[in-house]
Design a protein around this ligand. Sequence first.
Ligand code: ITT
Ligand code: MG
Length: 197
Amino acid sequence: MKELVIATQNKGKIAEFKQILEKKGLIVKSLLDYPDIPDIIEDGTTFSENATKKAETLAKYLNSSVIADDSGLVIDAIDGRPGVYSARYAGETKSDSANIEKVLRELVDVPSEDRTGRFVCVIAVARPNEQTLIFEGSCEGTIATEPRGSNGFGYDPIFYIPELEKTMAQLTSEEKNVRSHRANALKNLFANQADWS
Ligand SMILES: O=P(O)(O)OP(=O)(O)OP(=O)(O)OC[C@H]1O[C@@H](n2cnc3c(O)ncnc32)[C@H](O)[C@@H]1O
Ligand SMILES: [Mg+2]
């Protein structure tokens, strides 16, 4: 079976990649399988820059093909924040609950019709001696006024999907993984790069 290495330490992302990719007969590995690799500093100003850096760093180290996901929540009413800074929005500790509280505080006076936003995922495919490829996916929603649901990770409890009348954290993993920004980026990857390795 083919192995696919993802340059991420995020357990929520890893579970989602596994659920989507194992159905295609791929074995999914991640940075958790390579604990000796030093932290990859995400100092880019775009999802694409950070995804490229994560994928290329690990691809060089392993001398094989690697993909990386850089993603985040883009909220219109606050100029696209937290955006590329989503993981550490409320500080270096990377706390999901502190990040959510900060976003809700910033949106406290924003009326429901202006609370639009989207999750964005950029996947970089890095291969030794070849140009890195970039695939993007997004998922539209609105920002709830309080957290609801306990599935998923990150900002899922405040990301409301009007058509389903549920937050992303109230969806099952199957429901999330057919509509999420990550699922959509992977659809683009497989549409363009069926034999990705
Ligand atoms: O860099 P890696 O190791 O992949 O893990 P990370 O958590 O630092 O990942 P990012 O740098 O891409 O930051 C993405 C952040 O955006 C948020 N996020 C991304 N995808 C999400 C999702 O599907 N649901 C909820 N929040 C998400 C969440 O806060 C993530 O920590
Ligand atoms: Mg990160």
